[in-house]
Design a protein around this ligand. Structure first.
Ligand code: NAI
Ligand code: 15L
Length: 277
């Protein structure tokens, strides 16, 4: 597979999209930006909804790969999740399949922003007590309608691989922000730099079929197995441990008696943060 150059970035106006707009060009990518929200200073960005099939067809035309970040990124009413995350992701896969059928070399690879919340009800491991890290092949245990839409996205990717040989890397992202802001995040944090490293590995690794990986830095308090991500060539360079002392002093350690701390998905399992609606 030749190295991808032109990459469609959906969700480019969002938090992660903004971070990746800053970091991915250094890897040699020309980003084509897509988001329902216009992006200041980016007159060429495509301002369209994932419901707009024509706009999606045009957006994927001629690109070498797609990083699909667009969608609702927290819990929301089912109907809204259905529209943006379920139908929207299906619309993207259909646009890619239809475009791919008409071009030499087949359809471009998709890197799908899945989430730890697809498996959010997996019990939190205690590696310090000898618990094994969470493997990548745990069953889907979504903790919200949001997490359910990410389980759907992973299954859609598997269907499109089995039926149409459409390649996808589904990245079950932990928490990708400038810094971790909770004690849970010490285990699931992905630094923006490692996020870019992982997306680059997912875009360039040969023959991925449909591969599911966890997305985080090499945190000292890691809860999951990063070996599938590493098998793509991902070499994380960051560790949240530098933030541990301050966060634990402020917020206290994880507490076995606190239901918010019982599962991988944290408070999404008990009191999910809602999208403003
Ligand atoms: P965000 O909410 O900041 O950005 C999402 C973007 O998608 C927004 O710019 C929004 O305008 C756009 N969008 C929403 N619905 C759309 C639609 N129907 N059509 C076109 N654009 C639409 O979210 P963030 O944090 O940047 O996350 C990006 C992706 O990564 C999301 O899919 C999220 O679920 C996933 N993710 C993010 C994590 C993180 O730590 N930031 C963790 C796990 C998953
Ligand atoms: C996600 O899936 C969300 O999109 C992000 O905003 C964070 O809440 C993250 O998970 C997390 O689990 O910290």
């Amino acid at each position: 597979m030749p190295a991808p150059r032109t990459v469609l970035l959906t969700g480019a106006a969002g938090g992660l999209g903004t971070l990746m707009r800053g970091l991915l060009p250094a890897y040699g990518y020309d980003l084509r930006l897509f988001d329902v929200t216009p992006i200041e200073g980016e007159p060429d960005a495509i301002a369209a909804d994932l419901a707009d099939k024509e706009a999606l067809r045009e957006a994927v035309r001629g690109v070498d790969a797609i990083i699909h970040l667009a969608g609702i990124s927290l819990e929301a009413p089912f109907e809204k999740i259905l529209k943006a995350n379920v139908e929207g992701t299906y619309n993207l896969y259909e646009a890619v399949r239809e475009e791919g059928a008409e071009r030499e070399g087949g359809a471009p690879r998709i890197v799908f922003a899945s989430s730890n919340h697809a498996v959010g009800y997996t019990p939190r491991p205690r590696p310090e007590a000898g618990d094994p890290l969470i493997p990548i092949d745990v069953p889907h245990r979504p903790d919200t309608f949001y997490g359910l839409s990410k389980s759907f996205g992973e299954d859609l990717a598997q269907l499109y691989w089995d039926k149409f040989a459409q390649e996808t890397v589904s990245v079950r992202i932990g928490s990708c922000f400038m810094e971790p802001t909770s004690v849970r995040m010490l285990s699931v944090w992905m630094s923006p730099g490692d996020g870019a490293r992982l997306f680059h590995a997912a875009l360039t690794a040969p023959d991925v079929g449909h591969t599911v990986v966890y997305g985080s830095s090499a945190n000292t308090r890691l809860w999951w197995d990063l070996s599938t991500a590493r098998s793509l060539g991902y070499a994380p360079q960051d560790d949240s441990e530098q933030y541990a002392e301050k966060l634990i002093a402020e917020l206290g350690p994880l507490d076995d008696a606190n239901p918010d701390h019982a599962h991988l998905g944290g408070h999404f399992c008990t009191n999910p943060p809602m999208w403003p609606y």
